[in-house]
Design a protein. Structure first.
Length: 230
């Protein structure tokens, strides 16, 4: 006698939370995410269908397999995963559970999902992130990104939070989480003005401009070095 699991027919898609690493395609035209555990080798987009990581031909999520997207019910549970050393640079995702799913005590394993919001943590220095920059590792064709403040971006490949959302598409919202304001930062515009993204873009551009001016100054000093004329 086969055990049949109860079927649910929700009027609205269930929601859940998970963590993932943001990624940018090699040519810089697409953005997405890659998991932190079993499915980490398979980057996915904002709207994506799961596939069996073992290459089996059944439809995820299969009861006798670990395949499918995973998420938890509680935001706090997902945030706790960000405390571990290997997950410090990951982002928190708020997802819609779509298609077939299996409900567990702490969350879902599901066939399809839509990422609604990505919350980016602070830069490694502790400051509020304004960009996602090259993390120094990746997958074939994809660069992994990590939260970065304007002062730490420097020459690394990077995109602002707004640009990442635009490249990812499907109405994804990317928000900066908590962090320590950098010295000299102004309080910024009041909430509701609709310009925090412009402030982040300006901070990122200013950091790059400062770096270029420093390099030009160094070249100028070399050009006026008396010892350079023999």
């Amino acid at each position: 006698m086969r055990l049949r699991l109860p079927e649910e027919r929700p009027t609205e898609p269930p929601t859940g939370y998970k963590i993932a690493h943001p990624v940018l395609s090699q040519d810089g035209t697409r953005a997405g995410f890659t998991g932190v555990s079993l499915g980490g080798a398979l980057p996915y987009g904002v709207v994506a269908d799961a596939s069996c990581v073992y290459g089996l031909r059944h439809r995820p999520p299969h009861r006798r397999c670990d395949c499918g997207f995973h998420c938890v019910h509680d935001r706090t549970t997902a945030e706790a995963l960000l405390c571990t050393a290997e997950h410090r640079a990951a982002v928190l995702l708020d997802v819609c559970v779509l298609g077939r799913y299996i409900r567990f005590e702490r969350g879902f394993r599901h066939a399809r999902q839509r990422v609604r919001t990505a919350t980016v943590g602070p830069c490694a220095c502790g400051a509020v992130a304004v960009a996602l920059a090259d993390a120094g590792w990746g997958r074939p064709g994809w660069r992994a990104l990590a939260p970065s403040c304007a002062g730490c971006v420097r020459r690394r490949t990077s995109v602002s939070l707004t640009a990442f959302a635009r490249l990812a598409g499907h109405g994804l919202r990317v928000e900066a989480g908590s962090g320590t304001p950098e010295p000299g930062d102004s309080p910024g515009p009041p909430e509701g003005f609709g310009v925090p993204e412009l402030v982040a873009e300006a901070a990122l551009l200013q950091a790059r401009l400062d770096w270029f001016q420093t390099q030009l100054a160094r070249f100028g000093e070399r050009g006026h070095d008396p010892g350079a004329h023999g």
